[in-house]
Design a protein around this ligand. Sequence first.
Ligand code: NAP
Length: 322
Amino acid sequence: MSFSLGSFSKSAPSGEEKKVKVLVLGSGPAGLTAALYAARAELEPVVLTGMEFGGQAALTHTIENYPGFPDGVGGSELGDLFQRQAERFGAKVEFDTANSVDLSSRPYKVVADNGTYLADSLVIATGARSNHLNIPGEVELTGKGVSYCATCDGWFFKDKRVVVVGGGDSALEEAIFLTRFATKVTIIHRRDSLRAGKVLQKRAFDNPKIEFIWNTVVEEATGTEKLALLKLRNLETGESTNHETEGLFIFIGHTPNTQMFVGQLDMDDLGYIHSNMYMETNKPGVFVAGEVADSHFRQVITSAGMGAAAAIQATHFLEKES
Ligand code: NAP
């Protein structure tokens, strides 16, 4: 990533309870845009980055559909730009992770690795994480051939054959990216038609390095030191086959990072936080932005837009109190 750890602020020391007007949880496009807007409202927001600065967008090699970048922009570069822009207006970006929240009364208490915060308002932008296949061998071989991030691990598969699982935009986008390194990318999809958008579909179908195996699931990953073999099953015929590969990239959707808020905020069955069009949750002064509340759009631009809306509403909320 292009940002430097030196550019992050020092967190509140342990034991000290730091009072903030707007605390933003998460540093993806939603969180950093919320910070920009709250900073421009002179609310001196603090952003707790979480473990993955820039969120999922930062793991994307090139973002081609964020307006203003006609030639595309690197995911981590965009995160860096978001951070710089928010900091220019006074946002503090702290490399820290929230572990628990108490939303029973205001100010809301957030306990992070490096300190405790008392926040008049919260913008929750903790994003989502990659789903796992939950097959035998997946956990043991993660980092040894099994991956959820082509940008992070693609280089290790130079001149090798790899498998991608999934039929959505992520699977196709990452498969196309992997053709930079791999000699062959086999996309294994459980149905015979793709969920991905037409532009990506055409690009994937036209790419001579990409092949598809349809109506098929991966049932097991095996290998001693590293991944060597996948056991596949055709869902139409029931036939099982073995597929040799050193790389298995899994892109089968996401789960929102909302465990901390269970029992405190209204959510749907999948854990996405309920909000209205003003990004308000069922707790006053607690707003959401990005993929914690959006299982539908999941775009950098929509997450950034939700971040802006959440911060504008947080500003109105705090103004009414002053
Ligand atoms: P997604 O659209 O939910 O697609 C997930 C894919 O994984 C689907 O094809 C699904 O199969 C398959 N799948 C799910 N569970 C599976 C399992 N247990 N075993 C095998 N296959 C499984 O997720 P996504 O691709 O991560 O995209 C998420 C959102 O982000 C979408 O709205 C997408 O448009 C957006 N996105 C956009 C871009 C872009 O615009 N460039 C890039 C990335 C993501 P089925 O199709 O059979 O359900």
